[in-house]
Structure formats: C-alpha cells, structure tokens
Design a protein around this ligand. Structure first.
Ligand code: CP
Length: 304
C-alpha cells in the first residue's frame, strides 16, 4: 500500500490490517503509550473544503505520534487557489513533507498529487470517496458487533462519496449491503459495477424501508454535500423520506447501530430523536477517525 486514495485500491487483508492497527493504537492511547511512529516526520494537511473532524483528528493524532502536521488551506492560502498546477505543488511539497493528506473536490486532483509528489498521499475526502470515514465506521461496527463478515448494512441517502466508499468497504469485508438512493442520485458507475460482482451481496433500491429491513447497521449522509449547497432546495424535495427515523429503525434488526459521518442535518437525513438515541456510537465513530488515521500513517510511514 503506497497511498490511501480510495478503498477499492486496498485488498481486504490490507483494509482489515488497518482496523487491527487502529484498535491497538486506541488501546495504547488509553494506556498513555502512543507509538512514536512519526518522530521527525512532517505531514502536510491540505484542505480545499471545510473540515472539523478530519483536520483536527489529523493534527492531534500526528502530535500524539511525535510528528508535525501543517494545515494548509487550499482555498485561500496556497498558490493552488491562484492557479499553480497540482503537479508543481506536489513536486514542491513532496520535497518537504513525508506524506500529504488532501481534501479536495475532484478525485483526479488527488490522484495527480499522488502521481507527482513522490510521497504517500491520503484522501481527506473527495467528491468520489471518503475512505478514512468508512474505515472509522467499520472499526466502530466491528467493536460493537465483534465481526464484520455476514452483517447486514443499509445505506440511506445520496449515492455520493460516502455511499461509494461504504459499498466498497462493506463488501470488501464480507458484509451484505442494501443502498437506498433516490432516482438520479445513484452511486458511481464503477462502484456499482464492482458491487455487482460481489456474489449477490449488494442491492440497489429506491426504497429506504428495504435498506432498513433486518439491518445490523444503518448508514446515512447529508442530502447536500459540500459543494452542492446550491442544489439544497431541490434535494430537500428529492430526498424526502430518505431519513433515519424511529419508524425506519423499527424495521431493522434488534440492536441495529446507526453511523453518521457528521456534520448531521437533524430533520433531514436523520431525525433528532434517532441521532440522540444513537449518539454513543455516532460520536465513537467520530473518535475512531483519530485512531484510524494514526493507523494509516503508521502503515504508510512506519511499515506497520
Ligand atoms: N466526517 C468528516 O469528514 O467530518 P469533517 O468534514 O468535519 O472533516
């Protein structure tokens, strides 16, 4: 594993190894024994979109492992914002930093950074994928259920970056996945094509109840992701009913978990009642971003 650009690049063994390292790093952090895998190493954190969790968890996690994280705002500070080509930025930062985390819009820009920088590049989220979030989700689900293979996952909402990564990640670890997305908001074609080869473990539907039925874990995401705010009004109409709520949860398996990447829009993709009833596992999911990111850095930079 040279980079983490999308979950489809990982073998199931590589994905599960990251979760194993993350579990161990969480245990060691609780014991006050963070591994110093990043001692003397510097990580660039380039953000072209807003962030609360991804930015802060990387900054804190890098500090805990003895390294330096530099936050760089691609929208207002870096020369990228004034037109410097990504391949030039990549070749400069790759000479200063040991790894680069990049949150941007186009997956092709992330891939260009990886191709030109000469150092490991980690997706901080693109319009196509959010691999770190799904690694944290799987870590959380496994901690609660004791396994991943054979579990039933339901996704309700936009077939966007979270859906793409959830379908890919959940199928890779042997879960069954039913994704309920409105007409016109289907997941990416390549994700659906790969999912079709998962031995009948994937179903795409427009019916949220079908995704909730018998689910061991229900996932959702906001109706209008970053960069799509202009579509918010139309999306409120198109996504009506694609909401995790008490009636939908009543269709799920007993003890069904709810996972939300946050920030949540209560009253849209999740009710306030469902959000608060499942706050424990949702905020544990947010915490696990920290442990997963430390694990990914350890795998990429310290050969763990
Ligand atoms: N889930 C997530 O990526 O959160 P931020 O946008 O706050 O980083």
């Amino acid at each position: 594993m040279k980079h983490l650009l999308k979950l489809g690049d990982l073998t199931p063994a590589e994905l599960l190894h990251i979760l194993d390292v993350a579990d161990e790093w969480k245990r060691l952090h609780r014991a006050g024994q963070d591994p110093q895998d990043l001692k003397g190493k510097s990580i660039a954190l380039i953000f072209g979109k807003n962030s609360t969790r991804t930015r802060t968890s990387f900054e804190v996690g890098i500090y805990q492992m003895g390294g330096l994280g530099t936050y760089l705002n691609a929208g207002t500070e870096l020369q990228i914002a004034r037109g410097e080509p990504i391949q030039d930025t990549a070749r400069v930062l790759g000479r200063y930093y040991d790894a680069i985390v990049y949150r941007t819009f186009k997956q092709s820009d992330l891939e260009a950074l990886a191709a030109w920088s000469g150092v490991p590049v980690i997706s901080g989220m693109t319009d196509y994928a959010h691999p770190l979030q799904v690694l944290a989700d799987l870590m959380t689900v496994r901690a609660h259920k004791g396994r991943l293979a054979g579990l039933k996952a339901g996704f309700i909402g936009d077939g966007y970056n979270m859906a793409n990564s959830l379908i890919t990640g959940c199928l890779a670890v042997g879960m069954e996945v039913t994704a309920a997305c409105p007409k016109g908001y289907r997941p990416a074609a390549d994700v659906l094509q790969r999912a079709a080869g998962a031995g009948g473990r994937f179903t795409l539907t427009e019916d949220p109840a079908a995704a909730a039925a018998g689910a061991d874990v229900l996932f959702t995401d906001v109706w209008a992701s970053m960069g799509l705010e202009r579509e918010a009004e139309n999306r409120r109409r198109d996504f009506a009913g694609y909401q995790i709520s008490a009636p939908l949860l009543a269709l799920a398996a007993p003890g069904c978990l709810v996972q939300h990447p946050l920030p949540a829009h209560r009253g849209e993709e999740i009710t306030n009642e469902a959000m608060e009833a499942h706050a424990a596992e949702i905020f544990e999911e947010a915490e696990n971003r920290l442990h997963v990111e430390k694990a990914v850095l350890s795998v990429l930079l310290a050969g763990r």
